[in-house]
Design a protein around this ligand. Structure first.
Ligand code: UDP
Ligand code: MG
Length: 153
């Protein structure tokens, strides 16, 4: 089933100049970029994005980190995109992230684990609405679909 999901290349990824390489992994896998922006968010947006973690011991540090510099917000589309991107990102704790995943290849600290991705249908819908206005999410036309997905046609 075709899904859309929200990915963030967090401020550590932008600061380390890994944003393009991280985005390339999703593109190479076959996911389509349907929304994209470089933004430096304020506390209000950070708290909305991470509302589910409010009150947890790491919340303040998380908000401070995510607002510490620019990040790249990406809307990705593809078959089972939500779980596929979570698998590509790897476990939250980089030490537990498998080699071959983004965190397993490029990160060592849980607080600086490079990427965020929506974890369910519900969070994907909520998060995409937080980060992108409806007009900022695009759809690819049929011809691109045919070229990418059906080379035999
Ligand atoms: N985090 C942290 N300490 C923790 C748990 C989470 O610093 O004990 C950070 C970590 O950067 C993580 C983010 O908070 O990516 C959100 O946590 P979540 O459990 O949602 O992990 P994710 O969905 O990003 O894998
Ligand atoms: Mg999460």
């Amino acid at each position: 089933m075709t899904e859309r999901t929200l990915v963030l290349v967090k401020p550590d990824g932008v600061q380390r100049q890994l944003a393009g390489r991280i985005m390339a992994r999703y593109e190479e896998r076959g996911l389509k970029i349907v929304g994209l922006k470089l933004v430096h968010i304020d506390r209000e947006l950070a708290e909305r994005h991470y509302a589910v973690h409010k009150g947890k011991p790491f919340f303040e540090g998380l908000v401070a980190f995510i607002t510490s510099g620019p990040l790249v917000a990406i809307a990705l589309e593809g078959p089972d995109a939500i779980s596929l991107v979570r698998t590509m990102n790897g476990a939250t704790k980089p030490a537990e992230a498998a080699p071959g995943t983004i965190r397993g290849d490029l990160a060592v600290e849980m607080g600086q684990n490079l990427v965020h991705a929506s974890d369910s249908r519900e969070s994907a819908a909520t998060e995409l609405a937080i980060w992108f206005a409806p007009g900022e999410l695009l759809a690819y036309g049929r011809e691109i679909d045919r070229w990418v997905l059906s080379p035999q046609a």
